[in-house]
Write a protein that binds this ligand. Sequence first.
Ligand code: A2P
Length: 339
Amino acid sequence: MEQKGFKVAVVGATGAVGNLMVKVLEERAFPVSELKLLASARSVGKTLGFRGSQIAVEELVEGSFEGMQLALFSAGGSISKKFAPIAARAGAVVIDNSNAWRMDPQVPLVVPEVNPEAALTHSGIIANPNCSTIQMVVALKPIYDAVGIRRIVVTTFQAVSGTGKRAIEELRTQVSDIINGRETAPKIYPHQIAFNCFPHIGPFLENGFSEEEMKMANETRKIFGDAQIKVCATTVRIPVIYGHSESINIETEKPISAEQTRKLLEAAPGVKVIDDPKCAAYPVPLDAAGTDDTFVGRIRTDPSAENGLAMWVVADNIRKGAATNAIQIAEILMNRGRL
Ligand code: A2P
């Protein structure tokens, strides 16, 4: 008997995020009648587990999407640029985790806690924002709605899983090389990542910012639908495997106290406040890893600015920052009868 549910393709299923997309579909009991796992020709012959059975990975080709209703993409920008329109033409709704379509005015950029309605305006492709942007806007949305936000200054501390599975291997190999007294050399990153950090995520642009930093600025404005918000980001790679941390400093339109902010965030969807610094209680990436919430702590008034507020925000970058956010978007479509 045919199982009830949707025909779902995962593009990049063997990668760090794609693999987790498969796991999150299972965890959230998303109704899937057929799952197609797509990757490069290198992965043909591999299988991945889903609901107790093993599914063979297939090579991504133009005909891969016939009959598919939902296509979750996480195989990099150039694959999305080429194959997302092909999947959409074949009748699938594409939810794309790359940056290929995020700033396209025809493509909604969606964080379910922030702008769920935007998902319903799609014409075949919906973009999942950058991982650092997602956790920042989830934490800031309740404040934005309550008192407005004029300016955001953010510094990120980003895990290597955001770069993909080869970067996770690079960190592990370098740590092992160093503690065993062996020479080590960077392959993926411009510098050694073990026992180090560098303010360099993505290529640098003419204006001196990195691509990642400009994504945080541009995507935040698009998601909030507010071209006036000023954003200055510094994005830093650190030797953590899962979980991005962010030091966020904002200037609100109207005043709000730290206590009022804490109350607002405690009631916000997808947010958990951990804020008792005297007991060393604040969010850390090791605790956020493997969860779907955005954790906020160290909420305090910034006396150096008018209506200034500072906080610390942590989330699992490949769950809420990627796979979970994508599947929550699919759930919105499904619940509104739009899949
Ligand atoms: P593969 O494992 O076959 O290389 P990550 O972000 O963790 O590095 O993973 C990238 C994902 O994108 C992997 O699933 C990878 O498949 C997939 N991918 C990379 N290049 C291609 C390609 N040319 N066609 C299809 N999938 C690709």
